[in-house]
Design a protein around this ligand. Structure first.
Ligand code: EPZ
Length: 418
């Protein structure tokens, strides 16, 4: 188990560059399976979830090679369409190969990715969309066998704007016969990045970023080169780290539009935010006003920043209410924040945060990636020392997080127990 040690009380100051988006990279790596050949992905973050997706592609036969933050993906040797259960269970996003394997081979064998700490994470919408395209599913012993002699375009209306379901249906539809329309599609920037990569591959696809994505099936797809977009959740985490420590940080390699919901809330809380073309500067000014947050699909406030925002609002002068509407079990960080001195009460899907709390260090445990980030932020703002256990969760989604915060003046280090 890894432990991160933080001596809090240092305002973060300086500049930090955001890495490439985890949640854009994972579906785009899967999309490489749609054709045979060598694609080059740039600005790829060297994080655990990307390494797991690399394992998935390699077990299917692909060859991958890193060159700094470029990832060269050769899918010409790919011959299998079965993902081993242990890989499926180690990362939910492994299920993103479903659509691409159907598009390439007309079949796929995966297993239920298993729930995780933030919710049950079902796949019913993925399967409903694929069924509409002509896919038949056979489920036994936790395995899901998908088979489609022919993929035919269809009109699909998603019950809710699922990011993964939208992505899987897009990838299955690009080589289907005819037109596919996905309504109530997710609108996240990562969906737009996937569309841009698929279009470079020769797909005929439009509408990503709106609630309706239209795909005209094509008969041939080709490898492509693509630089993934910056990680909007990492950039938001750094903005919140500047805010909670009362620092002054220039966050670089940002697409400000992707952080609009957070920037609006930080301004509402009284922070000084300067927005430039590809950077955002956040300066704390001591006083933090309480705000109310409701997580929603993009462009609403992102659920992946809810734990980190909850940590910040522990320091606000008043009572804030944070309501989680996307996942049913994403309040595990609250108990750990209380150990650091926060005054939070959970009522249903809402956390009532009474501030300002004088946060003081403690030993706390990360339950998942974003909860772990919230605990690091709270530790940075706590008096004396904080230890975050199970810190390996952080490596799933953040590239060199402690190093980035040390460069901003944080007293933070990690011990690794193997
Ligand atoms: C993606 O997960 C992200 N992961 C998540 O980021 C993010 O929190 C989530 O979208 C919401 O924005 C990746 O992109 C790899 P969903 P995904 O399908 O696709 C329910 C992080 O920390 N649902 O949009 O799994 C589901 O249970 C991670 O980077 C169904 O009911 O999310 C949830 O309540 C965490 N049936 C809601 O929809 C389905 O078939 C949203 O899930 C699919 C989803």
């Amino acid at each position: 188990m890894d432990r991160v040690f933080i001596a809090g009380g240092c305002p973060l100051r300086g500049r930090v560059r955001v890495s490439g988006s985890k949640n854009a990279t994972l579906p785009i790596m899967a999309a490489c399976l749609l054709t045979s050949g060598v694609s080059t992905l740039r600005e790829v973050p060297r994080i655990k979830d990307v390494l797991v997706m690399q394992d998935v592609l390699e077990v299917l036969g692909a060859r991958l090679e890193w060159r700094e933050n470029d990832l060269v993906v050769d899918t010409s040797p790919v011959g299998s369409s079965t993902v081993p259960e242990d890989l499926m269970r180690s990362m939910r996003a492994s299920n993103l190969v479903l659509g691409a394997l159907l598009g390439r081979f007309g079949q796929a064998t995966i297993s239920y990715p298993g729930g995780c700490n933030i919710g049950s994470r079902p796949m019913d919408l993925h399967m409903k969309g694929c069924r509409a395209l002509g896919v038949r599913f056979f489920e036994r012993f936790g395995l899901i066998k998908a088979h489609a002699p022919v993929l035919s375009g269809a009109e699909i209306h998603l019950d809710q704007p699922s990011v993964g379901a939208t992505e899987n249906i897009m990838m299955a539809a690009v080589s289907a016969k005819g037109t596919t329309v996905i309504r109530n599609a997710a609108k996240e920037p990562e969906i737009v990045d996937l569309q841009n990569f698929l279009a470079k591959m020769g797909a005929r696809i439009q509408g990503a970023g709106t609630d309706t994505v239209r795909i005209e099936g094509v008969t041939a797809l080709y490898p492509a080169d693509h630089a993934v977009i910056p990680d909007r959740i990492e950039s938001g985490t750094h903005m919140l780290a500047a805010a909670i420590t009362g620092g002054d940080v220039l966050v670089e390699n940002v697409i400000p539009e992707h952080a609009a919901a957070l920037i609006a809330k930080l301004r509402e809380a009284g922070l000084v935010i300067e927005v430039a073309d590809s950077s955002v500067r956040v300066a704390g000014n001591g006083r933090l006003a309480p705000v109310s947050i409701k997580t929603l699909p993009y462009p609403g406030f992102p659920t992946d920043l809810q734990p980190q925002m909850t940590a910040l609002l522990c320091r606000a002068q008043g009572t804030s209410v944070i309501t989680e509407t996307v996942f049913e079990n994403r309040m595990k960080h609250v108990g750990e924040l209380r150990r650091l001195g926060a005054h939070i009460k959970v009522e249903g899907q809402s956390a009532i945060v009474r501030g300002p709390a004088q946060l003081s260090g403690a030993i706390v445990e990360a339950s998942d990636l974003r909860a772990g980030a919230a605990l690091v932020l709270a530790g940075l703002a706590s008096e004396n020392g904080t230890v975050v256990e199970n810190a390996e969760h952080l490596d799933r989604g953040y590239e060199r997080l402690e190093e980035k915060y040390r460069q901003l003046g944080a007293r933070i280090s990690r011990s690794i127990e193997r």
